[in-house]
Design a binder for this molecule. Structure first.
Ligand code: DC
Length: 223
């Protein structure tokens, strides 16, 4: 059972994917965290993230390891816990540039396919290009969407203290990142032809989880 969950930021991908995996006894992989970990390494090692050639040359250097237990997902870079550092504004601002570099994507897609192949009972993989590129044969593909306003409000709710910007600034930052993620040449953010689109604007988290669990159960019953 391979479940691909794609969509732009702020649609509830992470909370939904983790909860669905936990409920059904599946593994869980946050591919955005891997792009963030790569970006954090680049920033920490003096790589100019706006120089694609420099990023490409360094892409093979960091060792990124993701733990796939949905109850306690982990990520390390060269053995160091990266959970906190990958969520800073500095990493968020740089991640689209780093993830547009084909050598970065090739490296991480390989890790993602290995994780899916190694999952004992199946896996929920969340990202931007999982259904289109990473796991095109996934059992179920879901594409989550939500209005720009709802996404900005959710993202603001996740940011703490001084990092919480005003709503308009968050909405502008999200729009900028989505445009970069959708506009890049190598496997952009896109809905696979056979993905089921779920608009989460007016749904609670529990309703979205329930909806995807039902879709998975339908797939299981049909097999
Ligand atoms: O899901 P997130 O916001 O943590 O993802 C961070 C960035 O990583 C996102 O702006 C684009 C990139 N990304 C990607 O290019 N492909 C993926 N499969 C997942 C994330």
């Amino acid at each position: 059972m391979i479940v691909a969950i794609d969509g732009p930021s702020g649609t509830g991908k992470s909370s939904t994917s983790k909860a669905v995996a936990a409920k059904l006894g599946l593994s869980y992989l946050d591919t955005g965290a891997q792009y963030r970990a790569m970006t954090w390494w680049m920033l920490s090692n003096g790589v100019d993230v706006n120089d694609a050639a420099e990023v490409a040359t360094a892409a093979h250097k960091p060792t990124i390891v993701s733990g796939t237990d949905p109850a306690a997902p982990t990520i390390t870079v060269d053995g160091a816990d990266a959970t906190g550092p990958i969520r800073t504004q500095e990493v968020t601002a740089a991640v689209s540039a780093v993830s547009a570099v084909p050598e970065v994507r090739a490296r991480l897609v390989e890790l993602q396919r290995s994780a899916a192949a190694a999952a004992p009972n199946g896996i929920v993989v969340e990202g931007r290009d999982i259904g289109t590129t990473v796991l095109p044969d996934a059992t179920l593909k879901v594409f989550l969407t939500a209005s720009a306003e709802a996404r900005a409000a959710r993202r603001n709710g996740e940011l703490k203290g001084k990092e919480a910007a005003d709503l308009a600034a968050t909405q502008a930052a999200l729009a900028k990142r989505d445009a970069a993620d959708s506009g890049r040449k190598t496997s952009p953010l896109a809905k696979a032809d056979d993905a089921i689109e779920v608009d989460t604007t007016d749904l609670t988290l529990d309703q979205v989880i329930e909806c995807i669990v039902t879709l998975i159960e339908e797939k299981r019953a049909a097999r």
